[in-house]
Design a protein around this ligand. Structure first.
Ligand SMILES: Nc1ncnc2c1ncn2[C@@H]1O[C@H](COP(=O)(O)OP(=O)(O)OP(=O)(O)O)[C@@H](O)[C@H]1O
Ligand SMILES: [Mg+2]
Length: 462
């Protein structure tokens, strides 16, 4: 334990009680004194109070009220409550509000001292646990979950092969498919472990800042450039530079990026000499770069330079087998975050999740599990915890009766096929019928038979 004395505040309106107690604690603690709750609160703002001995009978705000305010605003402060009367209700109330212990005043100073000592130990333990928790969630955040789907396993195999090479990787995938976590995995697998991983989301930076952010600037390069600043390219030296949403890079900066990659050189804004750079480049995009090249908004030479090793991350709906593993991973993460102990997700609920379309991919699944863990007060997550849009999709997710297996499989396939087509057409039924080459009446009939109508209503937000 640390050599530093912890601070304890004695809050009691009666000086004859307060002073002897304060004196007794002085040897081991830094002692603060307050005669009222108001004074105590003022002191807490100014001083780093860690422990408290609190009398319940105060003038002004009551002891219990002070206890409540303290635990709400300084939850780590451990409080021993002392009362002149043996009032069981007050004792219960104090414990409910988070007091460490309750004592009737008849008890002696030594006892208070012992209790404060124990409260202090508990505080240290809590801090230790909090630190461990933070470490754990830090570790989980970096993890790349590999499910059972073939496509994910193929992606990871490819990563293992290409990570050690210095080649540029271009990660393609819809929003939320895990492009950034995959980039971090490549960085780790490259053996560059401790070297920097510098991520830049080009879609998130205002246009006029992108250049100085990437290339850095010299002092006085433009108004507001009061000092020299290193760009992300320089910061990534020796490590990995991850350029997210590279399709959003302004056309005139694309040439500069190309030069930085090809020649390993950059120039800071307002600088006059080239600076050597050396980093592994990983780019990502959810737009179709080849199309952008055709449209003239993305340089062809840069496209070929980036597209050395393309890795396509499949949409979650195309690797639905990964859902259970991802879901239980997020369950563990949010159990830690919200201090819950939810055991798992019911099988039937997992089947419903498997039938979902997941337009927001893994991020959508993550957000869903976060919400479920946050609001659930049960041991298991079950069907009725899911939001409404999951229930209408339920029909196709239920176990088919064996005697109807083929029919049922065909229906499931047909249903998913039509739902996909509808998603593509923004749930415009007429347009979908046209794209599938069926008459509108057939389309409507199938939607009724396959129970897609309710889903359509939810999707269209009506
Ligand atoms: N394989 C995985 N294992 C664990 N978590 C994952 C995995 N894939 C994605 N996630 C989680 O899903 C969320 C979205 O991932 P990420 O930010 O990498 O997606 P993205 O493709 O970069 O999305 P966007 O295009 O919206 O930036 C993150 O919180 C990430 O931690
Ligand atoms: Mg991203």
């Amino acid at each position: 334990m640390s050599e530093r004395k912890k601070s304890v505040m004695v809050v009691d309106g009666d000086a004859e009680v307060r002073e002897p107690l304060a004196k007794a604690l002085q040897r081991e603690y830094h002692v603060l004194r307050a005669a009222t709750g108001e004074v105590a609160l003022q002191l807490m703002v100014k001083e780093d109070v860690e422990l408290m001995v609190l009398d319940t009978h105060l003038t002004g705000i009551s002891g219990i009220e002070l206890l409540k305010i303290t635990k709400e605003n300084y939850p780590y402060v451990e409080v021993v409550v002392v009362s002149a009367t043996r009032d069981i209700d007050v004792a219960i109330e104090a414990m409910r509000c988070g007091a460490y212990h309750y004592l009737s005043k008849a008890s002696d100073i030594d006892q208070v001292r012992t209790l404060i000592g124990h409260a202090s130990e508990r505080q240290d333990l809590n801090r230790h646990v909090m630190r461990l928790r933070a470490e754990v969630s830090e570790q989980v955040d970096r993890e790349f979950v590999v499910g059972t789907s073939r496509s994910t396993r193929e992606v990871v195999e490819l990563v293992r092969k290409v990570a050690p090479l210095p080649a540029t990787v271009l990660i393609l995938g819809e929003s939320g498919t895990g492009k950034e976590v995959l980039a971090r995995l490549i960085h780790r697998e490259s053996g560059a472990g401790d070297s920097p991983f510098v991520a830049v989301n080009l879609a998130a930076i205002p246009n006029d800042l992108v250049e100085s952010m990437l290339f850095g600037h010299e002092k006085g390069a433009f108004t507001g450039a009061t000092r020299q600043q290193l760009g992300k390219f320089e910061l990534a030296t020796g490590g990995t530079l991850f350029l997210d949403e590279v399709g959003d890079l302004r056309y005139e900066l694309q040439a500069k990026l190309l030069r930085a990659i090809q020649e390993g050189e950059i120039e800071r804004v307002g600088g006059s000499r080239p600076i050597k750079t050396d980093f592994r480049l990983i780019a990502a995009t959810n737009t179709d770069l080849a199309k952008a090249v055709k449209a003239g908004t993305f340089r062809e030479d840069l496209f070929y330079r980036l597209n050395v090793i393309p890795i396509q991350l499949p949409a979650l709906r195309d690797r639905i087998e990964d859902v259970p593993e991802l879901a239980s991973f997020f369950l563990r993460r949010f159990n830690v975050k919200f201090r819950r102990n939810i055991q798992g997700i019911a099988d039937s609920t997992l089947r419903i999740l498997a039938a979902h379309w997941w337009p927001g991919n893994i991020r959508e699944l993550e957000n869903l599990i976060e919400r479920l863990v946050a609001i659930s007060d049960k041991d298991w997550i079950t069907d009725e915890d899911l939001p409404i849009e999951f229930h209408v999709a339920q029909l196709s997710a239920t176990e088919p009766a064996v005697e109807h297996l083929l029919d049922s499989a065909v229906s499931t396939f047909e249903r998913n096929f039509i739902v996909r087509a509808l998603e593509k057409e923004g749930w415009n039924v007429t347009a979908t019928a046209r794209s599938l080459g069926v008459p509108l009446s057939t389309m409507k009939f199938k939607m009724d038979r396959l129970d897609i109508r309710a889903l359509a209503r939810v999707r269209r937000g009506s």
